[in-house]
Design a protein around this ligand. Structure first.
Ligand code: PLP
Length: 413
C-alpha cells in the first residue's frame, strides 16, 4: 500500500487547478445548465475562499453525477471529477487490494446508500441473468450488521435473513447460519447476497468470510459477497495483516468504505466500490440527458465531498495515515489493559478502536457523562467507547478514574 503525502500548498494548487478545468458560471456563456449556480446572496466569492480549496469547491458546486470509473461523466466538471477518480483508485487499489482498472465506484452520500447500491446491483444481476424473482433473493447478515441492510431489503423487496452471533465473541454462530440457510432454501430462496462487516457499528467486530462461505456453498450456487467497511475501512486494512475481506479475496465483489466515519471528512462521503462488469446492472439507460449516463442511486452529488476525502488522504499519505491508526490502536490497548486490571468485561477486536463494555459493569451516570453509546438505548446490554482522534489519553484517564472510584464504592459496600 502506498500513496504519497503532499504539502498543504501543493494540495491547494492541485484542487484549484482541477477547479479551473471545470466550467465556471461566472465567466462562461451557460444557458442550458440547471446544475446549480449557488445563490449569490449567500454564496458569493468571499475573499477568504482564495485560501480555502475545499470551500471553494463547495461554493463552485461541481456536479459529480454518474460513475466516472465507468464513463466520462458530465464534461463540464471533468477537473474535479479527475480527483474523485484518483481518490477511488487509492481506496480500491491501495487500501482494498483491487487490480488497477479492475473496479468501478463513486462517492455516495453515505454508507447506507453504498450498502443499498450493492443490494440493488446484485438483485438486478440475478433478475436479468438468472431470471430470478425478487422473492427468490435473500440478503444474509449477522445480527450486528448495520441497520441499512434492512432498509435496502425493504426497498428492493428481497428477504432479510438475520444470523445470531455468540454473545461474548460476536462471531457468527455457524449452527444458526446453517439453520437459516436451510430455512431460506426451503422457502424457495435460490439467490443470496452475503453482507459481511469489516467493523460493526457497535462492536467493531469483523466477520470471517471463509467459514460462512463454506456453509453457504452447501445450499446456494448463486451468491455475491458485499463487505460493509463503512466504519472499519480506514482502520482495519492499516492495523491488520488479514486480506480476506478485501478485493484480494476473489469472493468479495463489492465494498462500502465511509470517509465520514474514521477519515474525519464531512458528511456526504460514503464510498461504493465494486468489481468491473457489475455496475452495468444499475445503469439507468433512461438518464439520457446525463452525459456518460447514470449508475448511482442518488443522481446529482457534490464534487466537494470527493475533494474533501482526497485532500485528507493527500495530507497524510499512506505512511502518515498508518501512524495515526497505530496511535489509536495503542490508545485503545491502553484502555483495554486498564479494564483488564479492573476485571471489567468488554468486547474488542484487537485491530479495531471500538471497546464495547458490558452494560452491567458501568453505571448509567458514567455512561451519560462520557456519552457512551448503547447497543439499544431502551434496554442497554453494551456501551461502547470509540477511540477516535479527539479521544486523548487524558480523557481516557479521567474515564478510568471515575470507573475506579465507582468500583471502590461498590466493593466497600
Ligand atoms: C455508519 C455505518 C453505516 C451507515 O453509514 P451512513 O454513512 O450513516 O449512511 C453502514 N455500516 C456501518 C458498519 C456503519 O458503521
Amino acid at each position: 500500500m502506498y500513496w504519497a503525502k503532499l504539502q498543504a500548498t501543493t494540495i491547494r494548487e492541485r484542487v484549484f487547478d482541477a477547479l479551473n478545468k471545470n466550467l465556471n458560471y461566472n465567466t462562461e456563456l451557460i444557458l442550458g445548465l440547471p446544475g446549480t449556480y449557488l445563490d449569490q446572496g449567500q454564496f458569493y466569492n468571499f475573499p477568504f475562499l482564495k485560501e480555502a480549496a475545499f470551500l471553494s469547491v463547495l461554493v463552485n458546486n461541481p456536479n459529480h453525477i454518474g460513475c466516472h470509473t465507468y464513463s466520462e461523466g458530465e464534461k463540464y466538471f471533468s477537473g474535479t471529477q479527475q480527483l474523485e477518480i484518483d481518490l477511488l483508485r487509492i481506496c480500491a487499489v491501495e487500501i482494498l487490494g483491487a487490480e488497477e482498472s479492475g473496479y468501478d465506484g463513486y462517492v455516495a452520500p453515505g454508507g447506507t446508500e453504498a450498502n443499498i447500491q450493492a443490494q440493488w446491483m446484485y438483485r438486478n444481476y440475478f433478475m436479468q441473468n438468472e431470471n430470478a424473482k425478487a422473492k427468490e433473493i435473500g440478503v444474509i447478515f449477522s445480527e450486528d450488521a448495520h441497520y441499512s441492510v434492512y432498509k435496502g431489503s425493504n426497498l428492493l423487496g428481497i428477504h432479510p435473513i438475520t444470523v445470531k452471533v455468540e454473545h461474548d465473541t460476536r462471531e457468527i454462530l455457524l449452527d444458526d447460519l446453517n439453520k437459516k440457510l436451510e430455512e431460506a432454501y426451503n422457502k424457495g430462496i435460490r439467490y443470496l447476497i452475503i453482507h459481511l462487516s469489516m467493523g460493526t457499528t457497535i462492536f467493531g467486530s469483523v466477520d470471517s468470510p471463509e467459514p460462512v462461505l463454506k456453509l453457504v456453498k452447501q445450499y446456494f450456487k448463486h451468491y455475491f459477497v458485499h463487505v460493509d467497511a463503512a466504519f472499519g475501512g480506514f482502520i482495519y486494512p492499516f492495523s491488520s495483516q488479514k486480506k480476506d475481506l478485501s478485493f484480494e479475496n476473489p469472493e468479495i465483489s463489492s465494498i462500502t468504505i465511509d470517509g465520514h466515519k474514521m477519515l474525519q471528512s464531512p458528511y456526504g462521503t460514503g464510498v461504493f466500490l465494486c468489481r468491473k462488469s457489475l455496475i452495468e446492472y444499475v445503469q439507468t439507460p433512461e438518464a439520457s440527458y446525463v452525459y456518460g449516463s447514470d449508475f448511482t442511486l442518488c443522481g446529482s452529488r457534490s464534487g466537494a465531498n470527493a475533494i474533501s476525502m482526497w485532500m485528507i488522504l493527500m495530507t497524510h499519505g499512506s505512511e502518515g495515515w498508518s501512524r495515526i491508526i497505530q496511535e489509536l490502536i495503542d490508545r485503545a490497548d491502553y484502555l483495554c489493559n486498564a479494564l483488564n486490571e479492573m476485571g471489567i468485561k468488554y468486547y474488542r477486536n484487537p485491530d479495531m478502536n471500538i471497546i464495547t463494555i458490558d452494560a452491567n459493569e458501568i453505571s448509567e451516570g458514567i455512561a451519560e457523562k462520557y456519552y457512551l453509546v448503547a447497543d439499544n438505548y431502551l434496554k442497554p446490554q453494551w456501551r461502547k467507547v470509540v477511540v477516535m482522534a479527539h479521544v486523548k489519553k487524558e480523557m481516557i484517564d479521567l474515564f478510568l478514574l471515575d470507573l475506579k472510584k465507582e468500583r471502590e464504592v461498590l466493593i466497600s459496600k
